[in-house]
Design a protein around this ligand. Structure first.
Ligand code: SF4
Length: 162
């Protein structure tokens, strides 16, 4: 894995200062890759009231604007912005760096390049084309919501209407 966390086959991301100087600060909404799985499966369960409120706003926005470009990332995004596990240094108190790794593995599988813009529909299409039940399980099996039976490959296919 490249040291800056880039995904093989995609342009290098550079360090955070270089990203700030490029397209990363242009105001585009950011979406971390594994949230392409989580968002269609959201049914009101979350880490806090603020988290749930933000999830509802995010899912509503994506449904209303499926053709609006969002920036694919492997780091905290518009969903994490409402999460009590987001640390002051932009990390995840709950999953540490393993969540970034989950994003990169799925980005590689889906053919999504972090730092590139995609519409919500394009992200769903790429995931739908490349995700398998085994890959879903490999990616999600350690997640609390998977353990509670709220998420599965079949439910995702239904919810994402792929
Ligand atoms: S199991 Fe966890 S990571 Fe997987 S889709 Fe559900 S909430 Fe997201």
């Amino acid at each position: 894995m490249p040291r800056d966390g880039s995904v093989p086959g995609c342009a290098p991301l550079g360090n955070s200062a270089q990203r700030v100087g490029k397209k990363w600060m242009d105001g585009a909404r950011r979406l971390r890759v594994h949230h392409v799985l989580c968002l269609p499966l959201y049914r009101g369960n979350g880490y806090s009231d603020a988290f749930c409120e933000n999830m509802e706003q995010t899912t509503r926005w994506l449904r209303e604007y499926p053709d609006e470009p969002v920036l694919a990332v492997c780091e905290p995004d518009m969903v994490c912005a409402g999460c009590p596990n987001l640390t002051a240094w932009n990390g995840c108190r709950s999953s540490g760096r393993s969540v970034d790794e989950k994003d990169r593995n799925l980005a590689r599988l889906f053919g999504i390049c972090p730092g590139q813009k995609y519409t919500w529909q394009e992200l769903l299409d790429l995931a739908g084309k490349n995700l398998t039940a085994a890959e879903f399980e490999a990616s999600c099996r350690n997640c609390e919501w998977y353990g509670k039976g709220l998420c599965s490959y079949e439910k995702w296919k239904d919810s994402a209407q792929i």
